[in-house]
Design a protein around this ligand. Structure first.
Ligand code: HEC
Length: 108
């Protein structure tokens, strides 16, 4: 059987973000720069996908959701550039985790 290549729903992308957050959390106690970069790149890619499918109630909410996902992608991308040490990773991860929380308290 051949399944069509459907774009993930926001819910599906959120599940991926949640899995990526488990990997990201583990790095806080057992840091590895290569894995940390992969986690950040994954956040950036997932945030971009989420921004392309997210819709709120009306244009203003949709714009706000897209902006929030953009911000998350920018934070993740910026931190994934160049040398990534543990302190820089921790800062980016905590900022991204705060983005999850603040968007969920507004929209989830
Ligand atoms: C810009 C807004 C926004 C950001 C940022 C965001 N989320 Fe979400 N999240 C949502 C919304 C809206 C839903 C509800 C989606 C639905 O039920 O269709 C949701 C749902 C979820 C769910 C439940 C999925 C399910 O199966 O019902 C999980 C888990 C989740 N998010 C994890 C995360 C994690 C982890 C992060 C950060 C790395 C994050 N989200 C960042 C808006 C956001």
């Amino acid at each position: 059987m051949c399944m069509p290549a459907l774009a993930l729903s926001l819910k599906g992308i959120m599940k991926q973000m949640s899995g990526n957050t488990s990997s990201g959390k583990a790095l806080l106690s057992d840091f590895n720069a290569a894995t940390a970069k992969a986690v950040l790149k994954r956040y950036a890619a997932d945030a971009r996908s989420a921004g392309s499918v997210a819709t709120g109630k009306g244009a203003a909410q949709t714009r706000d959701l897209v902006e929030r996902f953009d911000k998350m992608a920018t934070t993740a991308d910026a931190a994934a550039q160049g040398t990534l040490d543990e302190a820089a990773y921790r800062k980016a991860f905590l900022s991204i985790a705060a983005d999850c929380k603040s968007c969920h308290s507004a929209y989830k």
